[in-house]
Design a protein around this ligand. Structure first.
Ligand SMILES: [Cu+2]
Length: 133
């Protein structure tokens, strides 16, 4: 094989490898942008609890542009609640405290921001911060 031919072969191999790498990166990105982060938010004893943590009404931190699925569950027997992020026009229905649940799917805004989440029936007791960073 001549030197010229060898170089040509290397270029072909390099192009093939690059193509393969680009393709798999693209596939990964596509999968990634469709994947959503799941949060479970439970209402009980007049407060919100996130992902089983014991802190009531914690700050919830999102990444810019990420896809979120919130499963809101009302376990506050005898009390009606919803989960609302007013600034983002996000709200569940008012749910009975018998373990009723509703799922919210949304994309977080792209710009860093700070706002509040709340229950529209009990806005002073049931409220916390939402941050994008
Ligand atoms: Cu409430």
């Amino acid at each position: 094989m001549t030197v010229k031919r060898k170089r040509h072969l290397l270029l072909v191999i390099a192009a093939l490898l690059t193509g393969t790498v680009t393709l798999s990166l693209r596939t990964l990105r596509a999968v990634d942008s469709e994947a959503e982060r799941e949060l479970t938010i439970v209402a009980r004893q007049m407060a919100f609890y996130v992902n089983g943590n014991l802190q009531p009404n914690p700050s919830i931190v999102f990444l810019p542009g990420e896809q979120i699925a919130i499963e809101f569950i009302n376990r506050d027997r005898g009390v009606v609640h919803n989960f609302v992020i007013p600034a983002w026009n996000l709200r569940t229905d008012l749910l009975k405290g018998d373990g009723s649940s509703e799922r919210l799917l949304f994309q977080v805004p792209l710009e860093p921001a700070k706002t509040d989440y709340t229950c529209s029936i009990h806005p002073t007791m049931m409220t916390g911060q939402v941050r994008i960073r």
